[in-house]
Ligand binder design. Structure first.
Ligand code: CA
Length: 359
């Protein structure tokens, strides 16, 4: 009996793995198809885009080129348009890199990733089974927001193929766009929305590819024993943040609730006040002691918290390496750093590709 069962089981497992490889590969060839279809329209010299609307039968691709709109309909099968909500907890990850507040600085962000070998010279994933965390705020200020979004759209698929992972956490500027607060968008995007005869918010509506993709993202994630969130968790939010899945799902739900409605005010407004996960700056004020931070970490069942949002001139640590800040002012387009956590060792990666360990 034993002799018979083992080979059967063995082939069964092999078949499962083979089917998995087959289906995951077809997903990527679909993406390649999009790339070749859309590339015809935008290779090299487009001003902005593509923005892809999901129609009943087809996808409508729009790009801006030489100040004019070019559109093309492509089949719905050309690209993945279904995205599952991201998980909130990951364990057993041996290497992690994190940065935040990219604010449309595509060139500087890619240079930083390349110098630190997260991507190669062609912009492809080079971090193996590592996890890259973007701790919020790709939108606003700079003029290459769309470029970063499509770059990450591609990169997360490449990472997945190597058992790696890209986590794009939503920051206050992502939510500002959803909530029609367009005070900080680059003038390029005012022009784009005018040309496309829509609002910038609607360019990321739930019937667009990027809009659906963004709606699958989390606001907070726990990887090993470290929590990542754009602003931070204030003492008032510890209870809510004990259930990460539920917090992420509420944040996701808020995206399509009109900010002026009673429902938003009653149920969701508190997630966007000064002490909320995407807006909080309390770790940088004098009112919290290290004892308060210890209590906070205990309540959240984590050892450390990584935040962005409050700009520094480098990646820094606070409260004896319990809080790490990864907003290194990339938004100014000149400098930037990454935080690395490799087998429990914390260091910063510079724009030259050097490492400086935290003691
Ligand atoms: Ca921010």
């Amino acid at each position: 009996m034993k002799n018979f069962l083992y080979p059967t089981l063995h082939w069964f497992v092999r078949a499962i793995i083979f089917i998995f490889i087959l289906t995951s590969n077809s997903l990527y060839s679909q993406y390649d198809k999009l790339a070749s279809d859309v590339k015809v329209l935008y290779e090299g010299q487009i001003d902005d885009g593509p923005y892809i609307e999901i129609l009943k039968k087809n996808l409508n691709v729009a790009v801006i080129k030489d100040g004019e709109v070019i559109t093309k309909e492509i089949p719905k099968t050309a690209i993945n348009i279904k995205f599952k909500p991201e998980a909130s907890i990951y364990k057993g990850v041996s290497k992690i890199a994190a940065f935040s507040d990219l604010h449309g600085q595509y060139d500087l962000s890619l240079k930083l990733l390349e110098k630190n070998k997260i991507i190669d010279k062609k912009g492809d994933w080079n971090f193996g089974d590592g996890h890259l965390v973007i701790v919020g705020d790709i939108f606003d200020r700079g003029d290459k927001v769309t470029d970063i979004l499509w770059f990450l759209f591609k990169l997360e698929k490449q990472a997945f193929q190597q058992n790696g992972k890209v986590h794009y956490l939503l920051g206050n500027h992502e939510y500002m766009i959803f909530q029609k607060d367009l005070r900080h968008i680059n003038k390029k995007y005012k022009k784009t929305s005018k040309l496309l005869n829509t609002t910038y918010t609607d360019l990321f509506g739930k019937n667009t590819v990027l809009g659906r993709w963004l709606r699958s993202k989390s606001t907070i994630v726990k990887i090993n024993d470290v929590l990542y969130v754009h602003g931070g968790i204030s003492p008032e939010f510890v209870n809510e943040a004990q259930n990460l899945g539920s917090l992420n799902s509420k944040m996701r739900k808020s995206i399509d609730i009109d900010i002026d409605s009673k429902k938003f005010q009653n149920k969701y407004e508190k997630y966007f006040l000064d002490n909320s996960p995407v807006w909080y700056r309390g770790y940088f004020k004098d009112s919290l002691t290290e004892g308060d931070i210890d209590e906070l970490l205990l309540g959240l069942n984590v050892n450390k918290i990584v935040v962005g949002h409050t700009s520094q001139n480098s990646v820094k640590s606070l409260f004896s390496n319990k809080i790490f800040v990864v907003d290194s002012s990339i938004k100014n387009g000149k400098k930037g750093q990454l935080l690395f956590i490799e087998n429990g060792v914390f260091s910063k990666g510079t724009l030259n590709g050097n490492r400086k360990q935290f003691n």
